[in-house]
Design a protein around this ligand. Structure first.
Ligand SMILES: [Zn+2]
Length: 450
């Protein structure tokens, strides 16, 4: 690799070739404790996975594959990569800015967003994606609602592609208000460059003033455009959430293409309507509780089949850490129910993998370890103090309550090894942090003089 600093400018010509390793033709993950997260399948100790042409082609014991690159997973846990079904990665460079009474999320992030140039968007989304990858997240549903012009959109799309993550970039408007149009022409152009690993979707919003016919006409055009283009759609339902949910129902927008985000206080009949329409729903427990939407109680959503979990801004949630999201969800449920046996840790891991993939329409590609699926895999090494002291018991409980991103030793996305022996490949971490912090400082400086 001749180009060693792939982190400063998204326009740098060396980036695309140097960030991620080429996919190995054949990979054999040997002798791991497999937790496939299939719908009815259990765990499989001492099992191998064979990956060829980026797909899982065989799962079993003592697989023979003479020319394969071997990854020894003895004594380790092999799981599908986590699926973060909703994020805003452009917020990554606002860490430490949301300080409750001193700096509430919405006004602060709106102000800083307007000071971001395309390079800043690239830096935040590239760095944020790598943070997810190193934490075992292999897919993100990124709701990009700071597209202030085509260059901003291009920068975000490039950042996601270059990081090596899988995902959907939900193309949004220039800010979080609902007064501006989404640039559908540019979205259609980007969609033509969709790589398969990064797909395009619509980051849709419905009118803040639900009685505004003019705004509904604009939103309706956007929705129909996405349906015609066969794109997935995400929409926030928060704030006056119940009225917003009713508006989606009354106007017949619920559909298999639509994933509703938040709606943590949705009424049972609203969730039934979503279920009947085949739509998805994503909860983001850490951010929802941080911004005061109330408690995110998973057991209120038992009837929603396509349910997923998201991080909703690495900086807003503190970090891009799905283990923390799982623990927050678990502790909120057991605390509220006064029942320490809730929820089932294995079901939580299924929620963060297979079910999250299904919630955003990627269930046929990723989210579980089975033949025919793309090879999006994390290997968790428990040989650290925070996972030590385990002599047998429930591996799912061990992972949900004790694992940290540092335990994710290997990450594979679409056949590419992204993290190996605990390190992101092709990333100069010192340079990455330097460039990411410099961008964060520039955004603050620019916003101070606005
Ligand atoms: Zn969001």
């Amino acid at each position: 690799m001749s180009c060693k600093l792939p982190v400063v400018l998204f326009t740098a010509s060396c980036l695309s070739a140097s960030v991620i390793a080429a996919p190995a033709d054949t990979l054999l993950i040997r002798n791991g404790y497999l937790m496939p997260m299939t719908e009815n399948g259990g765990d499989r100790p001492a099992t191998d996975i064979l990956i060829r042409n980026n797909q899982i082609v065989q799962i079993g014991q003592n697989i023979v594959a003479p020319n394969a690159k071997i990854i020894d997973a003895s004594g380790k846990y092999v799981l599908p990569g986590f699926v973060d079904a909703h994020n805003h990665l452009w917020v990554t460079t606002m860490r430490g800015q949301f300080r409750n009474k001193q700096g509430k999320f919405f006004p602060v992030s709106n102000k800083l967003a307007s000071a971001m140039q395309p390079d800043d968007v690239w830096q935040a989304m590239y760095s944020g994606s790598l943070e997810l990858l190193q934490s075992g997240v292999t897919t993100t549903g990124d709701f990009f609602d700071n597209i202030r012009g085509p260059e901003w959109g291009d920068a975000g799309f490039k950042a996601l592609k270059q990081s090596g993550i899988r995902g959907i970039m939900y193309y949004g408007g220039p800010d979080k208000t609902t007064k501006n149009k989404i640039d559908l022409e540019h979205l259609a152009q980007l969609n033509k460059q969709s790589t398969g690993r990064i797909q395009l979707g619509l980051g849709w919003r419905i009118p803040r003033d639900l009685s505004s016919q003019q705004n509904w006409a604009m939103r309706d055009k956007e929705y129909k455009f996405a349906i015609e283009q066969k794109m997935p759609i995400q929409v926030h339902v928060s704030g006056d959430a119940r009225a917003m949910f009713d508006a989606l129902i009354d106007r017949h927008y619920l559909s298999p293409a639509l994933t509703v985000v938040h709606a943590s206080d949705a009424l049972p009949q609203q969730l039934d309507a979503l279920q009947d329409a085949g739509g998805g729903l994503v909860l983001t427990p850490v951010s929802e509780q941080r911004v005061g939407y109330g408690l995110t109680l998973l057991n209120h959503f038992n009837n929603v089949k396509r349910l997923g979990l998201g991080i909703d801004g690495n900086a807003l949630s503190g970090s891009g850490n799905m283990f923390e999201t799982l623990r927050t969800a678990a502790l909120t449920e057991s605390g509220e129910a006064k029942d320490e046996t809730l929820p089932d840790p294995h079901k939580l891991l299924e929620l963060a993998t297979r079910r999250s993939a299904e919630s955003i329409g990627l269930g046929s590609l990723t989210g579980s370890l089975e033949t025919g699926k793309r090879s999006d895999i994390q290997i968790i090494n428990p040989n650290t103090l925070n996972m030590g002291g385990y002599g047998g018991g429930d591996p799912a409980a061990l992972i949900v309550y004790s694992a940290q991103p540092e335990n994710v030793e290997t990450v594979i996305v679409d056949g590419r090894v992204i993290k190996d022996e605990g390190k992101l490949l092709g990333v100069n971490m010192e340079q990455l942090l330097k460039a990411t912090n410099a961008s964060a400082r520039k955004i603050l400086e620019r916003s101070a003089v606005q």
